[in-house]
Structures are given as C-alpha cells and as structure tokens.
Design a protein around this ligand. Sequence first.
Ligand code: SF4
Ligand code: SF4
Length: 184
Amino acid sequence: MRTWIRNVYLATTTLAAGMYVTLRYFVQSFRRGTFAGHFAYPERPVPVRPRYRGFHRFDLTTCIGCDKCARACPVDCIYIDKEKAPPPHKGFVVTGFKIDYTKCMFCALCVDPCPVDCIFMGSNHDISTYTRDGCIVDYAKLPLAVAWGQATLNPTTVQESKRVSLPVWTKTAEPAKPVADGKA
Ligand code: SF4
Ligand code: SF4
C-alpha cells in the first residue's frame, strides 16, 4: 500500500512539474507574440551575441594577399587569386578571395595570423543559401561595404542570384560487364 501511494505521488508531481513548464512557456510565448513577428528576418535581423562567429568580414582594399589566413585554415577552404602588382607598385593585387562554406567550420583560426587585420568573423546571415552551389562566396566580388559587414544584402535576392539550375553531379552509365564464356 505504501509503495502504491508513493508511486501515485511521484506520478502526480512529475505530471504537474511537466505541465507547469508547458504553461510557463505558453504564457511567455503569448506575451511575446509569434516567433515570426518577433524575429521578422530579413527585415529585422536576428540579434546575435557580440562574440558570435558568423560569415566573415573581409576588406579587399587592405588585404596584401600574403596567404597566411589560407595556410592557417585547418580545412583549406580559403582560395586566394592574386596577380603581381603593376610597377612601380610592389606586392600583389588580390583578384579573388573565396571561402568555401561547405567546409568552413567557423573556427576563426584564419583571423589571428592576418598581419593587416582585414579578416574577422562577422555576424550577418545574408549570404546564406539553399543550395551547395552558392556556398562558395567570393568576397572580392561583393561590394566592399557588404564584405566588411557595414551594409546588408537582401538574402532572398542573394539566394536567387546563386541558384544554379544545372545538376551538381550526374550519374554516368556504368559500362556493361563482360559475360564469361560457358556461364549462364
Ligand atoms: S573560420 Fe576556420 S575553417 Fe573557416 S575559413 Fe577561417 S580558418 Fe578556415
Ligand atoms: S592573412 Fe590577411 S592579408 Fe594575408 S591574404 Fe589573408 S586576409 Fe589577406
């Protein structure tokens, strides 16, 4: 009998605790309004913490093409295109600065080695994409204010601009296997 009463007590208190949590979140959600109304992305960007690591911020005008960030990257996902600067200038002109976000793990190891502080982890979501084809972002082709995180793009338009209608990979027909003589 004692065990039965104890089990009933446990079941009742557990159920009440669960219902209390549900009720608390229900009231909170009711007071706050709908999630979509509160975080109406992209019109109202979702707030992020100060040390959030999002898509990079990159300043093409300062980059000297030294490759230190690419060498520091543990997954080799930074591809830098550069040309020799025309005389009398020295060094390189960076013509492409691509980051492959299918490989990037947002570790920020590329940030510290930069001698001119032109690459940082940013906080925008605007270059998100729905396809793998759009995951390689060339910061040298973005407007500077966008690449440097001072201006924003319309994510829907970005996605549309990145949409590739061709298949990424197509299965090719396998060659026919030779039939051995004397076997069915
Ligand atoms: S955040 Fe990490 S993985 Fe991404 S590009 Fe930089 S070093 Fe590479
Ligand atoms: S380390 Fe800095 S300066 Fe060097 S290539 Fe990378 S972003 Fe450019």
